[in-house]
Design a protein. Sequence first.
Length: 316
Amino acid sequence: INAEYMGEFVATGEYKFSYAAMTPSSSSNIAIKWRGTSIKNSPMSLIVKDGINPTTSNVTCNDVLSAGFTALCVIHTFGKTNGDPVGEVDAMAHFDVEIYNVDLPDYWKVVPSPLKRDGTGLYSFTFTPPTHGIHAVLVRYLGQPIGVPNPFFVESTIPDVDPSKSTVDCPSLLGITKNSSCVITLRGSQGAALAGDEFDIPLINVNILNNGVPIPLLELKWIETGKVKVIFMIYEEGNIDIDATYNSMAISKTFSQPVPVAKTVRKCSKIPMAEKTIPTFIGHFRERNNNTVLYNEFSNTNVQQYVDTICEDIIV
């Protein structure tokens, strides 16, 4: 190709120019002249390799894995001319990867690892789904989606419970002779992914001591994935110890510490109803044509009414 390109001024003693190579070439010459005289090292030899064709390239990832585990995705890129694997290191800057959990509100975004080049036409990245759900993996090259399917869908399942990563957590203030609650958080073996489902409740065993005396467990209540509420009643101020097991294996972080009794104050109030407007009738009589004519006039009076007194105990 014989063509002339005008240079662009950058700074004193520095110019630049650019051009787009339309076809691959094993040897292209670039000659640069100043007022008709070649500058040093001109002409220069340049190898033009085949460009990446996003349409024929593709992405593959793990189809299914548990939340908290790391998924591997591989990008295979092919050329525009003959379909051979192509792609150099500098091409990595032109890839864009986005990952979303489409099962969560607002499509929770997951950040992938930096892109890595594993060879000609071979790139890879990883990501770790922190929660279960279907994850859409979108890959673009120069703004164009890579191959089909795109997005690639990865299913992240609820992991098995790992008691060594699970915990028991309680508030710092509990009330005497009132229902109190703590939360058991069930996690998987990798990362901080929440684990388990409501069918795991029979596998959970809880022992509660109030000053060394066993107190009954009132209820284990499933809240959501990985969250179980422990409901019980404290009878006296002092130390609370809660030990829990899952499938006969001890949950690593239990609860044991003095818990001050919460003081309660009874607060009562009258709850007003909506204001009612009660019309007051005023009658005026007047004679006309020997007939009695009644004129009605109304004046509005706002009346505030109250229901019974409502009381509640507030922890302070």
